[in-house]
Each structure stands twice: as structure tokens, then as C-alpha cells.
Design a binder for this molecule. Structure first.
Ligand SMILES: Nc1ncnc2c1ncn2[C@@H]1O[C@H](COP(=O)(O)OP(=O)(O)OP(=O)(O)O)[C@@H](O)[C@H]1O
Length: 309
């Protein structure tokens, strides 16, 4: 669906996005993570066609942005970082205006409006002027305009910004539903949100892509933690000699070992070999389990240059 090659955007001397390459498949939800100023919004602006790249190429659904992005914008829903809302406008009028801008035919508009107001739960406020809306309602209105016309590509810059936990939960459920028929790229500062929602995560650090991985891959660990009753040098050596094991780090104080597995070795196959090795060496096995890598620690590693993938 999206093919970005060496995407770069300069603001004067600053490289806000610097040589970023990735591909995104259809109907996936991709989370963009990064510290403040990492380049997330700039990347999203380029994906939406709002901002031209300084260098690199972008092809979305077979359309190369270098030849214009009108065709993509017709299939796009975009919630920008700061959505321009007109305070005096009535909610329904604003959505009708947005629908007209998206080229939705007049006779289809009332159905389209009803659908998005229902999905974002703002039907009750449809006759309110926008200045009466709370932060949360404004955010929902922003999402409502983004999903008008059932876009195939949804770009959501912090969709749960300003929402309370229950509203965030509802917004996530809505995004999940939308992703059944759309590709979604969203940015967030909330790890748990990306963990719960996304199939893939792209981590930006100072404009560069520090990590591109599927959440499933991040969850499946290729490292096992072993604790025995009494560690020994001979056990360390025996573990290191196992063909399933790439490296062993031992912590004598704790009688524990961290075993990194060779590529493509399944943890359960390796666990059986390790347990056998421990028994064979005469040691007593206390625990043997995969090392958990939560998104928070992955993010920390990626943004401190210590990531291994
Ligand atoms: N219009 C602009 N002119 C000059 N510099 C800009 C402009 N927009 C963004 N920047 C700078 O580019 C860098 C990336 O900004 P960007 O808004 O893309 O980051 P971000 O990851 O979205 O940050 P945040 O999480 O705070 O929204 C920052 O250093 C920012 O100050």
C-alpha cells in the first residue's frame, strides 16, 4: 500500500525526516513512535501529500507522489496534529463541508454524515457550534471528518490526544473497526496504545528510522532466561556449546544465565535442549523462560542506539 524510499524533509538546515525507508501492507495498523520532535508529524504530512519531501520517493496504492497525489488524497482520511476547525460553524455543517471537499456526492452526504457521527459518537452535538465542543469532542469531530467517505488510507496524528481513558478505549475500538477496510498509520506517545492497536511499529529518532518491526516479532523473544540452584563454569561451557545457543551470559551471584538463541531456533526446541544440558551437568533447574521485551524497553533501546533488530 505504501512504499517510502529514503524519504527526507528539511526545514532550512534541520533534517526533520532523514532518509526513511519502509513499506506498509494493506489493512495493517502501523504505529509511529518517537520522542517530541522526532519527525512523526512531518512524516505524516508527507504521507498525506500536505508536505512535499525534500528528497526520496513515495508511492501509495501505485501512485507516485512525484506525479501528483490527487488520486491518493481521494482515498485518504487525515487527522492532522492541529486540525483547523471553524469555531462558529455548526458540527453538521462542518462535516457536510468536509464531505463536499472530499468530493462526496450531495445525495450521499447525509448518509455519510450519519455514519461518521454515529461511529464517533457525536450525533447528539450535531447542531452545536464548534466553539462549544470540549477537547474530546473536537478530537472526535476531527476523526469523524477523517473517516468520511470510508478512506482506504487513514493517517491519524495522535488520535487519542486529550481523551480520557474510557474515550481512548472507544477510539481504539473504532480504529480497529476501521482497519478492517483501511490501512491505518497513527502516531502516539502511549506505548500501551501502540501495543494494543498496532500490527507494526516504526520508531523515529531524530528524524531517522530507528526500528521497523512487527509487534508479533517483538513479542516473540529469541532470548531465554535460565536460573539454576548452583551455577558453575562447566555448566556455562556446556550451555555455550549447545548448537541452539548463539551466546551465553552468566550472572554467578544470581545463579542465572541469559541465553541468546541462534536465528530461526524455536524457543521450545531450545528449552528442551537446555533443560537436558542442565540435568546432564548435575545442576538443578529452577526456572527457564523467554525474556520478555515490552515495547517500552524496545523504545528505550531504539532511541539510545542499542537495538539489535
Ligand atoms: N514548519 C516547521 N518549520 C521549521 N521546523 C519545523 C517545522 N515543523 C516541524 N519542525 C521541526 O522539525 C522537527 C520534527 O518535528 P515534528 O513535528 O515532525 O516532530 P514530532 O515527532 O511530530 O513531534 P511531536 O511529538 O512533538 O509532535 C522538530 O525539530 C520541529 O521543531
Amino acid at each position: 500500500m505504501i512504499d517510502a524510499q529514503s524519504l527526507t524533509r528539511h526545514y532550512g538546515k534541520l533534517s526533520a525526516v532523514d532518509g526513511v525507508t519502509f513499506q506498509i501492507e494493506q489493512n495493517t495498523i502501523v504505529g509511529l513512535l518517537g520522542h517530541n520532535g522526532a519527525g512523526k508529524s512531518t512524516l505524516m504530512k508527507m504521507l498525506s501529500g500536505y508536505l512535499e519531501p525534500s528528497a526520496g520517493s513515495l508511492v501509495v496504492a501505485g501512485n507516485n507522489y512525484a506525479q501528483g497525489c490527487r488520486a491518493v488524497q481521494k482515498m485518504l482520511g487525515y487527522l492532522p496534529e492541529a486540525l483547523p476547525l471553524y469555531p462558529e460553524m455548526i458540527v453538521a455543517d462542518y462535516l457536510d463541508f468536509s464531505a463536499a471537499c472530499k468530493g462526496i456526492a450531495r445525495q450521499e452526504r447525509s448518509r455519510a454524515l450519519r455514519e461518521v457521527m454515529l461511529a464517533t459518537d457525536i450525533s447528539e452535538q450535531m447542531l452545536w457550534p464548534i466553539h462549544r465542543l470540549s477537547t474530546c469532542l473536537r478530537q472526535r469531530l476531527g476523526v469523524a471528518q477523517a473517516i468520511l467517505g470510508s478512506p482506504r488510507l487513514l493517517i491519524l496524528d495522535e488520535p487519542t490526544r486529550g481523551l480520557d481513558p474510557e474515550q481512548s478505549q472507544n477510539m481504539r475500538a473504532l480504529i480497529k473497526r476501521l482497519a478492517r477496510r483501511a490501512t491505518v498509520v497513527l502516531s502516539s506517545h502511549i506505548m500501551a496504545e501502540v501495543d494494543a492497536l498496532c500490527d507494526r511499529v516504526l520508531i523515529l529518532h531524530q528524524g531517522r528510522l530507528a526500528l521497523d518491526a512487527s509487534l508479533a516479532d517483538l513479542r516473540s523473544s529469541n532470548t531465554l532466561q535460565l536460573r539454576v540452584l548452583q551455577s558453575s563454569e562447566s555448566l556455562h561451557q556446556a550451555l555455550a556449546a549447545l548448537q541452539e545457543v548463539a551466546s551465553v551470559e552468566g550472572l554467578a551471584d544470581d545463579n542465572s544465565y541469559t541465553l541468546r538463541l541462534r536465528d530461526k531456533v524455536k524457543p521450545d526446541v531450545a528449552s528442551a535442549a537446555i533443560a537436558k544440558c542442565v540435568a546432564h551437568s548435575g545442576a538443578s533447574l529452577c526456572t527457564l523462560q523467554p525474556q520478555q521485551r515490552d515495547l517500552e524497553s524496545v523504545f528505550h533501546e531504539a532511541t539510545h542506539g542499542a537495538i539489535s533488530r
